[in-house]
Design a protein around this ligand. Structure first.
Ligand SMILES: [Zn+2]
Length: 659
């Protein structure tokens, strides 16, 4: 009875609201359409707020002339859909999202849905972008009731105005995308949208479906592009007119798209593709630009009605070319050191271009590149980590020294035979890795500072080993998927409340692949040891410390390939048939160990992590290599709790993610 009552109550309120909105929509439909275009409206009414814009005061479309056609396409009743693939900070969110909202508030009221990548970003948009516009643009002031006033019916994610409303949703939340029909759908930064809103499917399609009942619907999609193949904006703009911004050469008048490759970094001039004359930015920008469609008709020969605009940062009136050049040079340097992220960001947000992820593999013969180490721990190593893979009949550990810029020296690759569900291999692991003393050239000693042990197999035995050794030794679990954080989460095991770090292994693998391809010794470079004994038959130096041909074959066992998923291209790591890949996994886990939160590992600034001076008498056997891949204790056992052995910082709160 109680439930029926509640239901009736809920339904009647909902009905009343629906009826009110129906009346509002009917009245709106009866209004004559506005004769003013969006750019005219913006020049006439829009005022930019100081806290949210590069400029403030009255809007002037002529300041960024490429915005005019984009805006007027939005207010053109014959254009159902407008897509913009853009660089960052070109003013497109103001032009295409905010001005469109303002226009509909005063000229053509109707229900509007704005979608941001997440609910949190939707709230930020409402507070930092929409509210200042409504406050500072006189034509809009007073049209939207202050949410603070009682009975305004307004919240941060819903603003009503006479004849319509703006609802703001997050692409990560299917409920915020569903609801009553809306006529205008504005999708901002769509390449930051998830491929699926929860389990409900493509968030773009969910939002766009809400406008399907309106003959005069309008869909606006804008974004800096992300990764080719998994980009929403790439897929959407391919169905439009595909228009590019052309500028005339100041000398010969040839219309052309400005391209990054034709900029000279010394003179900061752009070369004409026709007469080869060079001109500075202001000279190019003083010409009258125009949009030219590269796809005016579709594959069947029909005129394309949806308009799409590509616009990059070279024509950004607010960012000069010297800033772009400096960013690019920094990004190229990082890329050469194996860190591709800055270059990716430069292409996406500055140039407005997609990043082409390629299927990747190791391009260098690492076996032939091995080198003779001057000491067990070569100079340059600041800290040592280890990654341990657990197999049915063995443990495999890679012990790696790390220096500035994550230059790394592989120290010892250890195979411990034995069933991990028994005690023996774990005792051997203590001796071979956890308690082992590594010797530097100057006689100082180091130990493994952090060690990650895979817990996918024989989990309870792994937890039993790692828990008493936390936080120096942590159980980990790999999670696939593009774009996950290296340390995606920290949780506790159910059985014995042991810490488990979930690793975004695809992200870690991408970093390792990039670093393995670094060719210059220095930041990012990977060193592997060899012996000084020449093997005539192999035509190479004999292997040492477990870095034999099988190890390097293991590093080649995985590669990234493209694979379709949900209609998108996506990239997955695959293992080649019949290849062992423990060496690859161990490298991934040792890299993760470097990045665990609260470890105090700051490679760029920290001193070498040494703990004591070795007595010469005890040093003879330290670091001795076990024979035939079976680990045999070589050195004096280290006292487990001696001063300096105890990890300096313990993990703080669990489940906090990465710090
Ligand atoms: Zn020219």
């Amino acid at each position: 009875m109680m439930r029926l009552c509640d239901m009736q109550h809920g339904l009647s309120a909902e009905d009343a609201e629906a009826e009110r909105e129906w009346v509002v929509e009917c009245l709106a439909a009866l209004r004559p359409p506005s004769v003013i275009t969006l750019s005219q409206w913006s020049d006439k009414y829009r005022v930019l707020s100081s806290e949210s814009s590069a400029e403030q005061g009255a809007w002037v479309t002529d300041n960024a002339p490429y915005e005019r056609e984009i805006m007027d396409a939005i207010s053109d009743p014959c254009v159902p859909r407008v897509v913009v693939q853009k660089g960052a900070q070109l003013g497109i969110t103001d032009a295409a999202i905010l001005n469109t909202i303002g226009y509909h508030v005063t000229e053509d009221p109707c229900p509007i849905l704005v979608v941001q990548p997440t609910i949190a970003m939707a709230e930020t948009f409402s507070r930092d972008r929409l509210a200042p516009m409504l406050r500072d643009t006189p034509a809009l002031r007073g049209k939207v009731a202050d949410p603070k006033s009682r009975d305004s019916g307004n919240t941060i994610l819903r603003k009503a105005f006479p004849g319509g409303y703006v609802a703001i949703g997050g692409a990560n939340s299917a409920p915020s995308l569903s609801g009553r029909p809306v006529r205008v759908v504005l999708l901002d930064d769509v390449d930051r949208f998830p491929l699926s809103a929860g389990t409900e499917g493509n968030p773009l399609q969910l939002a766009i479906a809400r406008a399907s009942a309106f003959w005069n619907r309008k869909i606006v999609i804008i974004s800096s592009p992300g990764i080719a193949g998994v980009s929403h904006v790439e897929r959407e703009i391919a169905l439009t007119t595909c228009e590019f911004w052309y500028l005339p050469c100041p000398a010969c008048g040839t219309q052309q798209i400005l391209e990054w490759d034709r900029i000279d970094f010394d003179t900061l001039t752009h070369r004409c593709l026709s007469c080869a004359e060079r001109f500075e930015k202001f000279e190019w920008m003083s010409g009258t630009g125009q949009w030219r469609a590269h796809r005016p008709v579709d594959e069947r020969g029909n005129a394309v009605t949806s308009r799409g605009f590509y616009i990059g940062g070279l024509v950004n009136p607010w960012v000069e070319w010297d800033i772009l050049r400096d960013e690019f040079v920094r990004a190229c340097k990082a890329n050469a050191e194996g860190d591709v992220e800055l270059l990716k960001a430069f292409r996406n947000t500055r140039l407005g271009l997609l990043h082409q992820e390629e299927g990747s593999k190791i391009k260098i013969d690492l076996y032939l590149r091995r080198e003779l180490y001057a000491a067990e721990v070569p100079d340059g190593v600041v800290v040592i980590t280890a990654g341990v893979d657990v197999q049915e009949q063995s443990l495999h550990a890679d012990v790696i020294g790390w220096g500035r810029g994550r230059e790394n020296w592989h120290l010892d690759y250890i195979t411990i035979p034995g069933d991990p569900r028994t005690a023996e291999p774990w005792e051997a692991l203590d001796e071979a890795v956890y308690n082992r003393i590594f010797r530097c050239a100057d006689g100082k000693c180091m130990r493994v500072k952090r060690m990650c042990v895979d817990s996918n197999y024989a989990s309870d035995h792994v937890y039993a080993y790692t828990k008493p050794r936390q936080p120096r030794c942590i159980a980990i679990r790999g999670m696939g998927g593009l774009g996950k954080a290296p340390i995606a989460a920290l949780t506790l095991s159910k059985s014995n409340r042991c810490l488990i770090a979930s690793l975004g292994v695809d992200t870690l693998k991408e970093e390792i692949m990039n670093r393995l391809n670094v060719t210059a010794v220095g930041p990012g470079f990977c060193h592997f040891p060899r012996s000084d004994i020449w093997d005539e038959e192999l035509r190479a130096h004999e292997p040492v410390n477990g870095y034999d041909i099988a190890y390097f074959e293991g590093l080649r066992a995985e590669q990234r390939i493209m694979k379709p998923k949900h209609g998108f291209k996506t990239y997955v790591w695959v293992k080649r048939l019949s290849q062992r890949n423990e060496s690859w996994d161990d490298f991934v886990y040792a890299l993760a160990a470097l990045q665990l939160p609260h470890t105090g590992i700051k490679l760029e600034t920290m001193e070498r992590d040494v703990f004591t001076q070795l007595k010469s008498s005890g040093s003879a056997n330290l670091g001795a290599r076990p024979a035939a891949g079976v680990y045999i204790s070589g050195g004096a056992p280290a006292p487990a709790q001696a001063a300096g052995f105890v990890a300096r910082s313990a993990f703080g709160a669990v489940n906090r993610g990465v710090d």
